[in-house]
Design a protein around this ligand. Structure first.
Ligand code: A3D
Length: 321
């Protein structure tokens, strides 16, 4: 059986980390594509040279040509620019939309059967544009955000309760951004929902609200610390978990920016919802019941994603067809 092939479009901070993780986990051979000459080649060689020490077998190739991604099973897209302190994710739309059009054309030509995971920001609008530009089936194109956002929430909760991160589950909905909707009643410690933990005196509602806000601002917190880019270790890990679910047909239930065609009363939009990922890509969108407050927060988040998609259509009217 041939090894899987994983194409990484964008070999920057996240792209390099993705390549290293894909190697360590032996997910397959890795092709790093970037417009910057030497960067993907240098990272590919550096990671290949770590393989004898770690003891993993995978081939790493750096390239500036789309032909090299031919036949990829998974494509993970980080191409574009990240934000700097003071910038919102939405400020990136002009540059990154053009990048999605180029990348989409490359995927359409050389990797039309791949499962495509978009990470480029502003996430929900960019994955929408990437699906349109690539023409791939909607269930085969997803955005990574919810796995990262819920991992941030889990980390903060585990610290608050002084328990293992493994026993904390967290649930977030909506767009990746300031309007994301962390859902307390579906987030648990070993199955005990957060509102019950407040009643049990493990934390106060006030402290929980602060953790929720910190989760929403999780990306900005890291941008402000790094000053020269945005988070890359946790975003890469999150996308690799999604690739792994697809390649191994794990049928994992994870929050992703997925295409909606009527679910949650929405059409032709990508937004963060729980989905099942298996060998057929997004195999199912999980529709949960939202209470009045949750619905209102979700609608606010959806409105902000819709605004970004409209901005994309203004810049590139063809995508709206
Ligand atoms: P960075 O280290 O700058 O890497 C981006 C790479 O893309 C660079 O090496 C560029 O040369 C390359 N690139 C630019 N244009 C093209 C093009 N047309 N074709 C191919 N490659 C190109 O950024 P990063 O890796 O830190 O972040 C990548 C993206 O992910 C940014 O848009 C971030 O905002 C985004 N991001 C998203 C999340 C989510 O949770 C969704 C988290 C963190 C970062």
């Amino acid at each position: 059986m041939a090894r899987n092939k994983i194409a990484l479009i964008g070999a920057g901070q996240i792209g390099g980390t993705l390549a290293h993780l894909a190697g360590l986990k032996e997910l397959g051979d890795v092709v790093l594509f970037d417009i910057m000459e030497g960067i993907p080649q240098g990272k590919a060689l550096d990671i290949a040279e770590s393989a004898p020490v770690e003891g993993f077998d995978a081939k790493f190739t750096g390239t500036q040509t789309y032909e090299a991604i031919e036949g990829a099973d998974v494509v993970i897209v980080t191409a574009g620019v990240p934000r700097k302190p003071g910038m919102s994710r939405d400020d990136l739309i002009g540059i990154n939309l053009k990048v999605m059009e180029q990348v989409g054309a490359g995927i359409r030509k050389y990797a039309p059967n791949a499962f495509v995971i978009c990470i480029t920001n502003p996430l929900d609008a960019m994955v929408w544009a990437l699906q349109k530009a690539s023409g791939l089936p909607k269930n085969m194109v997803v955005g990574m955000a919810g796995v990262l956002d819920s991992a941030r929430f889990r980390h903060f909760l585990a610290e608050e309760f002084n328990v293992s991160v493994e026993d904390v589950t967290a649930f977030v909905l909506g767009g990746h951004g300031d309007t994301m909707v962390p859902l307390s009643r579906y987030s648990t410690v070993a199955g005990i929902p957060l509102p019950d933990l407040v009643k049990m005196g493990w934390t106060s509602q006030d402290r929980l609200d602060k953790i929720i806000q910190r989760t929403r601002d999780g990306g900005a917190e890291i941008v402000n610390l790094l000053k020269t880019g945005s988070a890359f270790y946790a975003p890469a890990t999150a996308a690799i978990a999604m690739a792994d679910a697809y390649l191994k047909d794990k049928k994992r239930v994870v929050p992703c920016a997925a295409h909606l065609s009527g679910q949650y009363g929405l059409k032709d939009i990508y937004v963060g919802v729980p989905v099942v990922i298996g060998a057929k890509g997004v195999e199912r969108v999980v529709e949960i019941q939202l209470d009045k407050d949750e619905r209102a927060m979700f609608e606010k988040s959806v409105a902000s994603v819709q605004g970004l998609i409209e901005a994309c259509i203004k810049i590139a009217p063809d995508l709206g067809q």
